[in-house]
Design a protein around this ligand. Sequence first.
Ligand SMILES: Cc1cn([C@H]2C[C@H](O)[C@@H](COP(=O)(O)OP(=O)(O)O[C@H]3O[C@@H](C)C(=O)[C@@H](O)[C@H]3O)O2)c(=O)[nH]c1=O
Length: 164
Amino acid sequence: MPAFEKLSIPCTFVQDNHSLSVPAFTLRGLHFQTPPRGQDKLVRCVRGAIFDVAVDIRKGSPTYGQWVGAELSAENGHQLFIPIGFAHGFVTLEDNCEVSYKCSDTYAPENDGGIRWDDPAIGIDWPMPAGTAPELSPKDAVQPLLADFDSPFPYDGRPLAPLA
Ligand SMILES: Cc1cn([C@H]2C[C@H](O)[C@@H](COP(=O)(O)OP(=O)(O)O[C@H]3O[C@@H](C)C(=O)[C@@H](O)[C@H]3O)O2)c(=O)[nH]c1=O
């Protein structure tokens, strides 16, 4: 059985992305592509360290709006799988972080979607020093709140479990 299938990663990856974030506490997210161009993503940090987050935005999910997060670093080599139906974001924990992620569909800017990184209804506990404002793209500074988002992602019955 192929290695990804053994890990319950059912997709085929067709695009690899690589991003460099220069200042520490650069935050990208929360992002997704809408159907029919949704993307499963497999994320790792190949230089430095990030806190990587997935938020359940599957309509009807018993864990809708809940999040999980993990530190991914070049040192620990951990990866996080972000399935279709989850919004994704990360904050860098040091200068000059490079993140590499595989995607199950190609980039489709017309299907670009986002939710605010600091939506209080989600309540992500970003590991940033008190009083630190993250570096955001202009797009991410004005993403909508979850309450104003009509999710096009159906609940597929797969529960969101705490990370091992
Ligand atoms: C994601 C992506 C962006 N771009 C371009 C569009 C734009 O000019 C520039 C920067 O795009 P963005 O601002 O969307 O880049 P970024 O904020 O790094 O977006 C990424 O954030 C993380 C959290 C994800 O989950 C990714 O799927 C992706 O949305 O790169 C591509 O050409 N192909 C791509 O696959």
